[in-house]
Design a protein. Structure first.
Length: 463
């Protein structure tokens, strides 16, 4: 939340959120004649449907103070929607705008008394919400001024002609660096210790209690080719820290997580075993045939019986799971002979349906609950490790939205690695950095009480 003060001294506490359809009535009430001259006559409903991002600024009473809509193509007919980059490059070749890092403002409305503060707050919120965004363009008729509000955040870069009319339009730009700049990333120094320790202690004191008061300074001093410590700084003060290491226990990861989609986080090698041997494939097909024949037998046995109502079957299964000990259930699945029938009859006596009906559901339930993974094939990777790991990470909450700025720098420290991984305890709340990672699926027999996340080097393209 932020506090806005009007020229008359009135104060409003405001916050940003995504625009909702119920805001349309209030947005229309904020549109003035000057707004229509700047942006043209707009169909608000259609505009919100096509918008890449629409932001509404509300006060503490949920009254709408301002609204802005952003789309990924120009708001006036100065170029085709899919070919505007060449037009803007001709206007100013020094502006590296692309469809990935640029948006266009198609509408801005605000309560007159707070319009300047609302405009700045929305622009800051947009840059904070979209880390890959670097430029916001605003196009207006060349004979129009931006007014006292928009001129505070936009500056003109030139004029371009209309495609259909004999009329010029002025192009204005708003850059990230003036509102929510990227963080400067560098190698950590021992002198950063005093700036970083308050950030660590604010979140956790276990590291200090375990490794001592100066654990961070010792970690920074211990840097080598395999271990690096980096910081992000604002105005010369370190506000975030990341420790990375290229030594990764690949054998443990292969045993606990399904890394097939990432080639085991290893470099491809001619001796990699990616597919099961023919013997295992034949056994698997025979098992499948036996399984299908047993299911067909069960189906035939079930036909003479009365049809079991799904709700009744579900309640029976639930009752069995709650009342039957785990040992009896496992023994039922393993034996498949007289003991299985005895257990089944015992369970059936507690229910209100026939023996045969429940016997079928019990067998299918056991086969689903206890799959046999001993015969499942797992690839074998012979190549070198293609990943490095994040050992320690912390950043001030104020700058958390720019956490991704670390990634370009740490990948440059390991030019031969394509993956960055991080492991977290299961109940760790999701933070901004981890939202850009992919969570890996663990095997059922995973012994690690942590989740594994992966980031590929290709993800740097959008930063």
């Amino acid at each position: 939340m932020s506090v806005l003060t009007s020229p008359r001294g009135k104060v409003e506490v405001v916050h940003c959120r995504r625009t909702e359809s119920q805001d349309i009535y209030c947005i229309k009430n904020l549109i003035r004649k000057f707004t229509q001259k700047l942006f043209g006559r707009l169909n608000i409903i259609y505009l919100l449907e096509k918008a890449n991002l629409a932001v509404t600024l509300c006060n503490d009473k949920e009254e709408i103070m301002a609204q802005a809509t952003f789309v990924d193509y120009p708001n006036w007919n100065v170029s085709s929607q899919d070919n505007w980059v060449s037009v803007f490059r001709e206007l100013d070749p020094e502006i590296p705008c692309t469809p990935l890092n640029t948006l266009f403002m198609h509408l801005f409305v605000a309560v007159d008394e707070y319009s300047v503060g609302c405009c700045r707050e929305i622009i800051r919120a947009v840059f904070k919400a979209v880390p890959e965004l670097h430029f916001i363009f605003l196009i207006v008729p060349s004979y129009m001024s931006l007014g006292s509000t928009l001129i505070t955040v936009f500056e003109q870069v030139g004029n371009i002609p209309s495609l259909m009319y004999d009329e010029d339009f002025a192009v204005h730009i708003c850059c990230r660096e003036n509102h929510y700049p990227q963080l400067h990333i560098r190698n950590a120094r021992v002198e950063d210790h005093d700036d970083l320790m308050p950030i660590f202690l604010r979140h956790d004191t276990i590291l200090k209690e375990t490794y001592g008061k100066y654990f961070l300074a010792e970690l920074i001093e211990a840097q080598d080719e395999e271990n690096h410590a980096v910081v992000c700084e604002v105005e010369g003060v370190a506000v975030g820290f990341m420790s990375v290491c290229s030594r990764v226990n690949m054998q443990l990861l292969h045993e606990c997580f399904d890394l097939g989609p990432f080639h085991g986080l290893c470099v491809p090698h001619p001796d990699d075993v990616l597919h099961p041997p023919p013997e295992l494939s034949t056994e698997g097909s025979e098992d499948a045939k036996l399984s299908s024949s047993s299911h067909s037998f069960l189906k035939i046995a079930e036909e003479p019986q009365e049809q079991v109502i799904p709700e009744t079957m579900e309640s029976i299964q639930k009752e069995v799971i709650e009342e039957a000990p785990a040992e009896e259930m496992s023994s039922t699945v393993r034996s498949g002979n007289a003991s299985e029938l005895e257990d089944t009859e015992k369970f059936s006596q507690q229910s209100s349906v026939g023996d045969t009906d429940y016997c079928i559901s019990s067998l299918s339930l056991g086969s689903l609950s206890l799959p046999d993974e001993s015969s499942s094939f797992r690839p074998i990777y012979k190549g070198a490790s293609d990943a490095f790991c994040i050992q320690l990470f912390c950043i001030e909450e104020k700058y958390e939205a720019r956490s991704l700025d670390f990634m370009n720098f740490v990948f440059s420290l390991f030019p031969d690695k394509n993956f960055c991984i991080i492991s977290l305890p299961h109940l760790t709340p999701e933070f901004v950095l981890i939202q850009n990672f992919v969570k890996i699926v663990p095997f059922n027999n995973c012994t690690l009480e942590q989740d594994l996340y992966v980031f590929h080097r290709a993800g740097l393209l959008k930063i």
